[in-house]
Structure formats: C-alpha cells, structure tokens
Design a protein around this ligand. Sequence first.
Ligand code: GRF
Length: 217
Amino acid sequence: MSLLSIGVLASGRGSNFQSIIDAIEARQLKANIVLLITDSPNAYAIERAKKHGIEYLTMVTKQYGSRDDYFAAVAAELRIREVGLVVLAGFMRIVGKPLIDAFRDRIMNIHPALLPSFPGLHVQKQACDYGVKISGCTVHFVDEGIDTGPIIIQAAVPVSFDDTEETLSERVLKQEHRIFPEAIRLFSEGRLEVVGRKVKIAGAAADKRSLIFPPID
Ligand code: GRF
C-alpha cells in the first residue's frame, strides 16, 4: 500500500498540525504531509511547516474572485500533489463546495466540543456558560454543513463548575492532540467506512478506543 499523502489546512497556531507531524515522526502514523495551505500569512503553522521541511502555500481569500474560486484553487493545489486526505487543523473557514466535491469523505475536521452539541465558534465558552458536565472533542468528515459531517472519533472530558474558556480549552486540546492522529491513522489503514451519516470503524476494539474520560487536572 502506498503511503497516504496528507494536505493540511490551518489558519492559526497549528498545535493540531504539530500533533500530526509528531505522530508521523514517532512512526505511530504512516503518512506524509505533502502540503500546508494557510489562509493567513501570520499563521504560526507556517513556522512549524518550515521547521519540519513541509511545503506550504499562503492562499489569501481576497486574491480570488469568489469563495468557490478560492476553494477550487485549493482543491487544485491538493490534487496536483495527489493528496489522499485533507485535514482541517484549525482552519477557520467554512469549506466551499468545490473542495468538498473533489475530496468527498476525504476531508477531516477537529472540533473542540462533543458534536452535535455546540457547533460553530467559541464552543468551549458556550459549554462552560451552559453548565454542561461533560464536553470534549470530535473528529468528523466534512460535509456541506457547519460541523455536521459523519463522526469518526470523540473524546469526552469533564467540565467543572469553576472551569473557564481557557481551562476547558486546555483540557480539550490535550484530547484533540490524541484523537486527531488516531483518526488519521484509522483512515490511513483503510479502516473507516462512511455508511449514511455514520462511520464504521473496522477492527476489534476500535470503538472502545474512541472514548476517553480523563480526570479533571
Ligand atoms: C482547535 O481547538 C480546534 O479544535 C479548532 O481550532 C483550534 C485550533 O487549534 N478547530 P490549533 O491551531 O490546532 O492549535
């Protein structure tokens, strides 16, 4: 089997991007990141790409005539490099149809809440304000909706009365860094099948590994 080629889209600090780089370098994930695309010239993710010798492109939306033009150009760059999986690692834009159509069931996103609760932005704050006792993170395939695609793996974390957006974000982020490379690994091994809006994970004990409930630290 040839090595999975990954294209990463990121807008900011890129700690999830880093967790994927680390998993590859630790040989826990057999894949190759062939391209980082960022929509922001200031994204710290660029520094990470440089440090690890990963090609990067800064593609700023205003240089394109429309949202569709932008995502068609993104899809073209990914296709040229024969990307097999597109990973959204803190990419702060709603993905346009040209990219979804080009990579149907081959785009993954990480979301810092237990979907379908709290889709959208500032979700750790929303979880704290709402008073939920459990939150977490979700890796899902991307479809046309906002955080609505088929769920691959989730990790749960407890929420305490005193949690703030910052403390909860930090606890959730640790789990993001664990489950995102894991979901990519399952994909790279051909173990994910989208069945309707559900994802079937092939192999024993796969479902057990998809949930974690660490103590409040
Ligand atoms: C993460 O919390 C991720 O879940 C959300 O955006 C944040 C990106 O963080 N989609 P980073 O850039 O990966 O550090």
